[in-house]
Design a protein around this ligand. Sequence first.
Ligand code: NCD
Length: 328
Amino acid sequence: MKRHLISAADLTRDDAVLILDTAEEMARVADRPIKKLPTLRGRTVVNLFFEDSTRTRISFEAAAKRLSADVINFSAKGSSVSKGESLKDTALTLEAMGADAVVIRHHDSGAPHRLATSGWIGGSVVNAGDGTHEHPTQALLDAFTMRRRLVGADAGIGQDLAGRRITIVGDILHSRVARSNVHLLTTLGAEVTLVAPPTLVPFGVERWPCEVSYDLDSVVAKSDAVMMLRVQRERMNAAFFPTEREYARRYGLDGERMARMPEHAIVMHPGPMNRGMEITAEVADSPRCTAVEQVANGVSIRMAVLYLLLGGNEPAVTATSTPTEESK
Ligand code: NCD
């Protein structure tokens, strides 16, 4: 693996399978009474969040702490960034504090790449979502959830998602989750179909390695997983569809549409959900919806990513780390 994780497109099939397999080991740690490993003791992970986040920030924090790293949480609100401090000066401050990894979420697409290639910091950079560009750890946790549900936790080890049919629905235009998923899922052998109103399909999508459809009903029955995306109003500067009702009717997932999915198929959502818009409460709360499971899986994936980036050459979980004195 490379030193940074900026884009899901940087991952080979073997890199991705290694991360998923390592996350499976990490998930077993979560089932123990003591959920901590000594692996990253003495290392410092900085969470640098310039944009709002609930799940991703908490998840990276939990992941770093479960690996015994020191964690510094930095949110732009209430920091000198609101006084106009630049990304460069912020980065130099973190470097002075000896950050081994910087997890960054930023409203500008490309900010993590800038940080990784600038030479301002020496540690690994992990993209936790940049503008409308990418969100690679979200795609990894989604792939992990699909592999567990569609292939099986134990049966999945070493496996990819070959031949699985994944449908991603909604605001593709503004979605970094969709971009990262298209890259990663196709690398893992899945067949991806995007469904959205024409106004929410990105320019140049014909060059993406996936199908595009404007008709949700024609694809739900052929999907192994249907991933619903949030309509991202905060990134919209125009009217992309006539009314919310019209959007929900054509592109929302309700109980009736869900009933047309194959029996084994799952419903996914990265959160936060707009209940009543892209997904009804009935679907969101049904056992077929993996939204909460995705959050739990996010911690395992982020543990795996931090462990592998920060030089995990030895097994992360060994027999001796089944609560040792050290890990207590
Ligand atoms: C997504 C994000 O922030 O890109 N959420 C997440 O990370 N769980 C999707 C969204 O905001 O809709």
